[in-house]
Design a protein around this ligand. Structure first.
Ligand code: HEC
Ligand code: HEC
Length: 392
């Protein structure tokens, strides 16, 4: 965190406020704040955006191990706060019976290090499970956070009692920021429940900037001696800014909380037919078209419809990456939201699919019956389904 000159901050606030009001009538463009945010919330959003796009340096705590130098490095398509084709590495090993085990006390191995590569992480030979994860767009993240746990628990069907072959499970995790047992919803494994916790986790694990919530430097693949040599800034590195009373992680939280969801693209007649196909073949069994937020102190988050196209539950669709994380088993992945799909360049948790058809046909496991119906649907209806997905 570099202190900013107050005047520069004030000018950017005024400019942004003008831009915000000019665009207030039109639907949100990617990167805009949530419609209906109060001036105070808008100010918090702006401060958060400033920190979110800041490039960190070693003197400010970056590293020793890191994946990126700023949140925006991996959240920038098609605007700051979006996704990215960038992938990072999750690593593990196996016990003799084939079950998962952590290697070196972590599953995340950072790709880069400071200084001079003396602290480059080495991936040990016993790491036989190697998984890639692509970043997730943050548009509408505050609305996702505001969905009550009970709403997600009501969608669960872990034992497939309705015998449709689909058995979504809520990921119950301990939220580090609040200490409470909550339903995880963020990350490909639904491993985190709140934006503040994700901000703390990402600041430490993506950038090596330790904070109150995650005070220990990531250390996968380096020795304690290397850590002593390379970790030159006292932890925690993210301190309260005396002028604002906020830590950077509080600012990241505010930016994500008030980031508008992606507006729908053009809805053609074909896309409308495709929406019906999406429901008929059963995509909507997991990609739940809309959920409601609960009661919230912010009017812009209070009892809002969230058209995310996800149940935020864990499913086995045959694409699991072999990693145990939070409450998720090796074969489970959280249903991704499909809003803003037209902006995503690489699809699926590993970024391994370049086209919609490829992403759809990779679904198996619980989705096998649905995909079989998709395959046997007529070509014009499949085209309509694609037109619908392209309108999201
Ligand atoms: C090196 C790339 C990289 C950087 C830097 C990065 N992220 Fe991410 N982000 C990712 C990846 C990859 C995921 C998916 C993680 C997973 O589930 O394993 C992700 C997921 C997230 C999510 C979950 C969104 C959802 O709906 O599931 C949040 C929130 C988030 N990042 C916030 C941040 C913040 C805040 C920062 C800066 C402190 C940051 N990220 C920096 C790559 C990055
Ligand atoms: C059983 C639950 C389930 C059903 C049914 C299902 N999906 Fe999915 N979908 C998932 C999960 C889980 C993933 C993430 C898989 C991964 O990343 O490995 C996913 C990923 C996707 C993605 C990639 C999104 C992204 O951001 O990368 C698309 C597109 C998609 N599904 C569309 C569909 C369509 C269209 C149908 C119907 C033909 C469908 N899904 C049916 C659970 C489901």
């Amino acid at each position: 965190m570099r202190p900013r000159h107050w005047l520069a901050g004030a000018i950017s606030l005024v400019m942004a406020a003008t831009a915000f009001h000019a665009g207030a009538q039109s639907p949100a463009a990617p990167g805009d704040p949530l419609a209906g945010s109060t001036p105070r919330e808008f100010e918090e959003f702006r401060l958060g955006l400033d920190d979110f796009r800041e490039i960190e340096e070693p003197g400010e705590g970056l590293g020793p191990l890191f994946n990126g130098t700023g949140c925006a490095s991996c959240h920038n398509v098609p605007a700051i706060g979006g996704g990215s084709p960038m992938t990072e590495l999750r690593v593990g090993g196996r016990h003799a019976d084939g079950s998962f085990r952590e290697v070196g006390g972590t599953t995340l191995f950072q790709l880069f290090s400071i200084p001079n590569h003396r602290c480059q992480a080495v991936i040990p030979a016993e790491a036989t499970v190697i998984a890639r994860r692509t970043s997730v767009p943050l548009f509408g993240a505050g609305l996702i956070e505001a969905i009550a746990d009970e709403t997600l628990l009501a969608l669960e069907d872990p034992f497939d009692r309705d015998r449709d072959g689909i058995s979504g499970r809520a990921a119950i995790v301990t939220d580090v920021a609040s200490g409470q047992r909550r339903v995880g919803r963020f990350g490909w494994k639904a491993q985190i429940a709140t934006l503040l916790t994700f901000a703390g986790d990402a600041y430490t694990n993506e950038m090596g900037i330790t904070n109150d919530l995650f005070p220990d430097e990531p250390h996968g693949g380096i020795s304690p001696a290397q850590m002593r040599e390379c970790d030159l800034v006292k932890d925690p590195e993210d301190l309260v800014d005396p002028r604002t009373g906020k830590r950077a992680i509080d600012n990241f939280e505010a930016f994500m909380k008030f980031l508008a969801p992606p507006a729908r693209g053009t809805i053609t007649a074909e896309a409308r037919i495709g929406e019906q196909v999406f429901a008929d073949v059963g995509c909507a069994s997991c990609h739940t078209p809309a959920l409601m937020t609960g009661a919230n102190r912010s009017a812009s988050l209070n009892r809002q419809t969230v058209a995310l196209f996800s149940d935020l539950l864990l499913h086995d669709v045959g694409t699991g990456d072999g990693i145990v994380q939070g409450a998720a088993q090796p074969d489970e992945i959280r249903t991704p939201a499909l809003w803003g799909l037209r902006f995503r360049r690489t699809l699926m948790h590993d970024g391994g699919s370049a086209s919609l058809d490829d992403a759809i046909l990779r679904h198996g496991g619980e989705a096998a019956g649905v995909i079989e119906r998709f395959r046997t649907t007529t070509a014009p209806l499949r085209r309509a389904l694609r037109a619908f997905l392209d309108s999201l």
